[in-house]
Design a protein around this ligand. Structure first.
Ligand SMILES: [Zn+2]
Length: 204
């Protein structure tokens, strides 16, 4: 449901499409092969694939947001895109080599702070973008952070071990929140894509 034909910046659509798709594919493959008997090595590879998908949505999903927020400052815009990609490469390395859920979540902190500073620049600075998209992006990041936290603190199964083994455990809650987060990313990006068509940066 991306309006491919009505958009001037085709790369935004491609990047956004891959961003939405990658964590979905990574997580499904990871969970689908949980019945393997290949031992730790196979498990670690599958988990890395799962994390790689999450890293890609964090990386690719944010590039259109950076591009649009800094639209009127081309030099800073290009530098920020490059900085975010380098930061993301480091985050991908940390996430795919992490040993615990906490270090796995920590791998995404710098990317989240980067996005948060962009949101601040939209509210208090000269960052631009659709007036409707910022609210959606903030909900997106809040859901993602909450999902990660629920996964770490392991609620509700912590209170009643065994009861949530099949349904309603923290890992499932996290996945539902992440899916909702991706939907908000999609709605926000659609808003920005529609907005960018009619926007002209103010001239000096
Ligand atoms: Zn999972």
């Amino acid at each position: 449901i991306i309006p491919w034909m009505e958009v001037d910046n085709m790369w935004i659509c491609v990047v956004h499409y891959l961003a939405c798709l990658s964590p979905t594919i990574g997580s499904v493959v990871y969970h689908l092969f949980m019945n393997h008997i290949g031992g730790k090595q196979v498990y670690d590879t599958l988990l890395s694939l799962d994390m790689f998908g999450v890293c890609l949505v964090n990386t690719l999903g944010a590039l259109p947001i950076i591009y649009i927020t800094l639209l009127c400052y081309p030099t800073i815009q290009q530098a920020s895109l490059l900085a975010y990609i380098l930061l993301s490469a480091y985050g991908i390395y940390c996430a795919t080599t992490a040993n615990t859920n906490i270090t796995r979540l920590k791998a995404f902190v710098w990317q989240a702070l980067f996005r948060f500073s962009l949101f601040l620049f939209r509210v208090y600075g000269s960052g631009v973008g659709s007036p409707n998209s910022l609210r959606l992006f903030i909900i997106m990041d809040s859901l993602a952070v909450l999902g990660g936290l629920v996964n770490i603190i392991q609620i509700p199964e912590r209170f009643s071990p065994g009861l949530f083994d099949n349904w309603g455990n923290s890992h499932q809650i996290m996945h539902v929140m992440v899916i909702c987060s991706i939907i908000y990313l999609h709605w926000g990006t659609l808003e920005d894509l529609a907005w960018i068509k009619s926007y002209q940066c103010p001239t000096e």
